[in-house]
Design a protein around this ligand. Structure first.
Ligand code: GLN
Ligand code: ZN
Length: 760
């Protein structure tokens, strides 16, 4: 028999029931009892779906009211002392305060879970952090699942991953030395309590094994797992998102009963484990993609597993590649999706069914699931040839790209002169990142137009009015390179996805981003091309209102795929190049329409990096090539900007320089220009605009603060190449503070310009 298990399932509800219940609770519109009832119902439905599909072990501990890393901290009693909460008596309102802050304490930080768009609460470790086990919640859920007739396998974030995921600065020494000795006994105690509650198996996720974990953490594995194995529970170590093949010997040396590997992200590790993993231990293979929306090719999956089935027998387990948390919940509720495209897709509920089929095939032969395999084969065959996906013209265009075609006509020093000749910008030119405040009025107009409640003419007028206001404001502020304000855009990826061939949209394809917040990424299902200009109309209108050079705004190829579900039948680099060429059409059309400053945003360039450093160069080479391709053929006098924010950039500066944008605007103010020092040390060759104030706050900075930052910038960047701008787009701000903030930015700029002029 083959064990079908999983480590987690979407918990927000097929129609975001948990989101609405949690938010109602926060507003006082729902009682705690009602919220708990919604939660219990979601768990019940999830387990029922898993059981119906044939799952042998269902996860416990994957449900969370906000975030499962925070839950783990609560279970281990490791709450930041600053809140003054007693973990053993933590109330639900207190739990939410940890995540969202309260009157006296700022919220715990959150950050992205590895390379996903899921945000976890970052543990706050201190030398005096104490641990104490509170397993009651988990035990109650074990009971619930068992009462439903399910066999269970609690899933926990592993102790080493938990320690490593804490805030990055280890100011009180390596946490493996300082905290692990306190954490480990608590963790062992937790395992004992879960075992006593009936957990036979426990999955302990250690994804740091897939992510270049630092050596002290790797060195700690043997002792940690020796202690945990001594509790007597059977442990399966969960890994995902990249290969852990290099840790085969380490994993083998641990006294654990099994390991799970992600063979969707890292198919190459399957052979290594098939060969090297001992057959008397469980090998769990993830061949069903836990974080994408595509149906699996089941015949291929079964054929891949057959030799493992022969070798490992009942020690071969099957599972999604990672927790299904990262996949939307149920394709069945989609009503408007194109029927053909829908036939190629699988959300979490459908992935369970796929695993059930694989299990039956492994146990009873392929003939036992003939009809199911025929359907899967047909979908795969259709996808391989369907005209909706395959556009020969696009493929030919990408395929025939010649070496050097991604390069601008002249090098930067030549281009910048051609640009300066017509732009005639002052020293310290000013600009913004693109969006201006998105008022309720604009949002309503956009929504009404989408629903057909607002005529095209009225919508056009509403947007033009907003754009005109935006231009007028910038004119008054004397911003040198104004923007149109992006009023017509709901989202910087969706806006373009809606106009590009090869993209489609779901109605309910939500995935949890953080807490009650969900995102519904667009889906790239086929070859991407641009049937019609996408931004020329609005940008031209904006340009007609001012003599200043209007900046056109586009979203770059990496960000376009990173914030979408991407097709899995061609390499990402191909998708990126297709998008780049579609954007290139837009760049050249903008240029023709007289828009000669164009920003191509790439805020996601860093987060799309592979987890393993060894793969960075390869990724950066094609990602930066795709960026350059999007402006290829532009005149020297056309100024290409890019923008990046909220990531670590210090270690990829050569790659950023290789993108060869004429100007980069980059978020820096929160770190007191630390990032800029790195740009200075690296001698970043082109123009650069560090953000001089934080756009996340309504607070208006004092002139001295902005001046401080700008002077710091002038120390590291030659003044001829320095721009002045906010950190990021202004769409989340209100108008009042935006005007005041920009006034401060302009006042400081003018003051420093005056000083510089006097010196000349
Ligand atoms: N142009 C976008 C804006 O201003 C950039 C947003 C981003 O960097 N995420 O809204
Ligand atoms: Zn930004």
């Amino acid at each position: 028999m083959t064990t079908f298990h999983l480590s987690g399932y979407p918990r927000i509800g097929a129609k975001r029931e948990l989101k609405f219940a949690v938010e109602a609770f926060w507003k006082g519109a729902k009682s705690e009892a009602e919220l708990r009832e919604t939660a219990a119902e979601i768990r019940r439905l999830n387990w029922a779906a898993q059981k119906a599909a044939g799952a042998d072990l269902v996860p416990v501990g994957d449900f969370s009211f906000y975030d499962h890393v925070l839950d783990t901290l609560c279970t281990l009693g490791a709450l930041p002392k600053r809140f003054g909460f007693d973990a053993s008596k933590l109330t639900l309102p207190e739990y939410f305060q940890l995540a969202r802050g309260n009157a006296t304490q700022f919220a715990m930080e959150m950050t992205k879970w590895f390379d996903t768009n899921y945000h976890y609460i970052v543990p706050e470790w201190h030398a005096d952090t104490e641990f104490s086990v509170n397993a009651a919640n988990l035990i109650a859920q074990i009971k619930e699942a068992k009462a439903q007739g399910c066999d269970i396998k609690p899933t926990l974030v592993g102790p080493l991953t938990l320690l490593w995921l804490g805030k990055k600065k280890e100011e009180f020494g390596c946490r493996v030395k300082t905290l692990l000795p306190k954490l480990l006994p608590a963790y062992a105690q937790l395992l004992r309590e879960l075992a006593a509650a009936g957990a036979d198996w426990i999955q302990i996720d250690e994804p740091i094994l897939a992510a270049d974990a630092p050596q002290p953490y790797l060195d700690a594995f043997p002792n940690v797992y020796k202690e945990l194995a001594a509790t007597g529970v059977r442990i399966i170590i969960g890994t995902y998102f990249a290969t852990v093949a290099e840790h085969l010997n380490l994993l083998k040396s641990l006294p654990v009963h099994g390991v799970h590997i992600d063979c969707v992200r890292a198919p190459e590790q399957l052979a290594v484990f098939a060969e090297g993993w001992p057959q008397e231990r469980v090998l769990s293979v993830g061949l069903i993609d836990g974080r994408n929306v595509w149906r699996a090719n089941l015949s291929k999956v079964i054929d891949t597993l057959a030799p493992l089935n022969a070798k490992f027998g009942s020690n071969l387990w099957i599972a999604p590649s990672c927790s299904l948390l990262h996949s939307p919940q149920d394709l069945a509720v989609e009503e408007k999706l194109d029927a053909e495209i829908k036939s190629w897709m699988a959300f979490a509920a459908q992935k369970l069914v796929e695993l059930g089929i694989v299990k039956r095939a492994l146990e009873h032969g392929k003939d036992s699931v003939k009809a199911e395999l025929a359907a899967s084969d047909a979908a795969a065959a259709d996808r391989a040839t369907n005209k909706k996906i395959h556009n020969p013209a696009v493929q030919e265009r990408v395929g025939s790209l010649k070496a050097g075609e991604d390069q601008r006509k002249s090098p930067f020093p030549v281009r910048i002169q051609a640009q300066q000749a017509w732009m005639k910008l002052p020293l310290l030119p000013t600009t913004t990142i693109g969006s201006f405040p998105q008022t309720t009025e604009i949002r309503q107009a956009r929504a009404a137009f989408k629903k057909g409640e607002l005529s095209a003419a009225d919508y056009d007028a509403a947007m033009k009015k907003e754009i005109a206001y935006c231009v007028e404001v910038q004119e008054k502020l004397e911003i040198d390179v104004p923007v149109h304000g992006e009023a017509e855009r709901n989202d910087m990826v969706e806006y373009f996805g809606e106009q590009l061939a090869g993209y489609c949209f779901t109605q309910f394809g939500w995935v949890q981003s953080y807490g009650s917040r969900c995102v519904k990424p667009p889906v790239i299902f086929g070859d991407v091309s641009r049937p019609e200009p996408m931004t020329v109309y609005w940008s031209s209108y904006a340009q007609s209102l001012t003599k200043r050079p209007m900046k056109g705004m586009l979203t770059g190829p990496v960000t376009m795929f990173k914030w979408s579900f991407v097709r899995d039948d061609v390499p990402l680099s191909t998708v990126a190049k297709q998008i780049a060429l579609a954007l290139n059409d837009e760049v050249l059309d903008l240029e023709k329409a007289g828009i000669k400053v164009i920003q191509i945003d790439e805020p996601a360039i860093r987060e799309a990096m592979p987890l393993k450093k060894a793969q960075w160069d390869e990724y950066l080479a094609w990602a930066c090539e795709a960026f350059r391709l999007s402006s290829t053929g532009a005149e020297d006098s056309t100024q290409i900007h890019t923008h990046m924010c909220y990531s670590e950039f210090n270690d990829i500066l050569p790659a950023i320089a290789s993108m060869d944008a004429d100007v980069i605007t980059i978020e820096t103010s929160r770190s007191d220009m630390e990032l800029l020092t790195a740009f200075g040390d690296f001698k970043y060759p082109n123009d650069i605009g560090p953000g001089v104030y934080d756009i996340h706050s309504p607070r208006v900075p004092a002139e001295v603060e902005v001046e401080h930052l700008l002077r710091k910038a002038m120390e590291v960047v030659p003044v001829e190449r320095l721009w002045v701008n906010p950190d990021c787009g202004l769409k989340t701000r209100g108008w009042k503070e935006t005007l005041e903030q920009l006034e401060v930015m302009m006042a400081v700029t003018k003051k420093l310009r005056g000083e510089l002029d006097n010196k000349r």
